[in-house]
Design a protein around this ligand. Sequence first.
Ligand SMILES: [Zn+2]
Length: 427
Amino acid sequence: MSPALSDRLMAEVAARRDDLVGLTRALVRIPTLNPPGRHYREICELLAGRLAASGFRTTLIRAEGAPADSAAHPRWNLIARAEGAGPGPCVHFNGHHDVVEVGHGWTVDPFGGEVIDGRLYGRGAADMKGGIAASVIAAEAFLAVCPGFRGAVEVSATADEESGGYGGVAWLAERGWFAPERVSHVIIPEPLDKDRICLGHRGVWWAEIETRGHIAHGSMPFLGDCAVRHMGAVLAEMEATLFPLLAGRRTEMPVVPDGARSATLNLNAIHGGEPEQPPDYTGLPAPCVPDRCRIVIDRRFLIEEDLAAVKAEVTALLERVKARRPSFAYEVRDLFEVHPVMARRDAPVVRATARAIERVLGRPPAYVASPGTYDQKHIDRIGRLKDCIAYGPGVLTLAHQPDEWVGVEDMVQSAQVMALVLADLLG
Ligand SMILES: [Zn+2]
């Protein structure tokens, strides 16, 4: 790409700074809370109207029958496509329009979209309405400067990323919207920071482990078999053997922060014995030996690990406990699993984004991988599309926090990067 063209693209984006702020604010002001999935149609219509006016053909798609889809909370998605002057590849920007709950501790209106000292505040400002707005501005600036481009530009706003993406990218990918025949390169503008290219993410295995005992009167626990004590033995075995083992297992993937370059396991929840009573119950508990205890584990595994081996490691641990406790019985139930994904460093979208970052910021990018998953998993596994990264404005650690914000200058610069990527891949 000529320096003159990249200068024109960067100037075109910079001139749209107020528009970028206004669009981000308008998106933040629609409280697309998930769960339960509010105002999805409204945000898709706002973006569809805008993109149609800029020359995109827009399609609103409801993920009918997807998990959590209902008449009260339909799962709406938007795909907008602008065709070039001739055949060529398609660059697709995919952003999720849902946001997580507000939580406590805010000092500004979480749905106000206020700008203070160059930061635009609100739930979803960083994760990831600022990224969606930056990709829209980048696409519009590119169409204005390069009307004779070849190929196609797509922008999507999809549902439910925060709850697994099954009413969003997964649903669309299953119906061919991300098939390599129609989409060539994907950028997901998640808040990974304007100078970092996120190549992929670790894998996930969620499971529920239940220990079983025998109920009896609490005054005679020797007549029962306490499932909570069995679980205590399981947790002690994890402390003694599994946690140290996982901490020592490191990946070659550039996962950030550094702690996530190890395999990790979170004990997500534990419950044993009587169910918790509602807050208006004023009585005492009944004396019983608990006969069931359950934990939910959240195991994040590395690209070098194999999911079957990850599961077998936990089963082996439970068998070790069983060997020491004659009455011990357990069951493991799979809840959710995602395989790790990683784009190659020499993939076209990675190289184009790296060149654009160098041009806009004057320094080479950092390559990272995400500790948690995002919609790349569905694009990779279901869509079979490997040329996919996450790149967008905002600081990852602000995601889901009170007083979430995205920097206005960061949005402008990452929109410049995205516009240069379009010119590079569709030039
Ligand atoms: Zn996100």
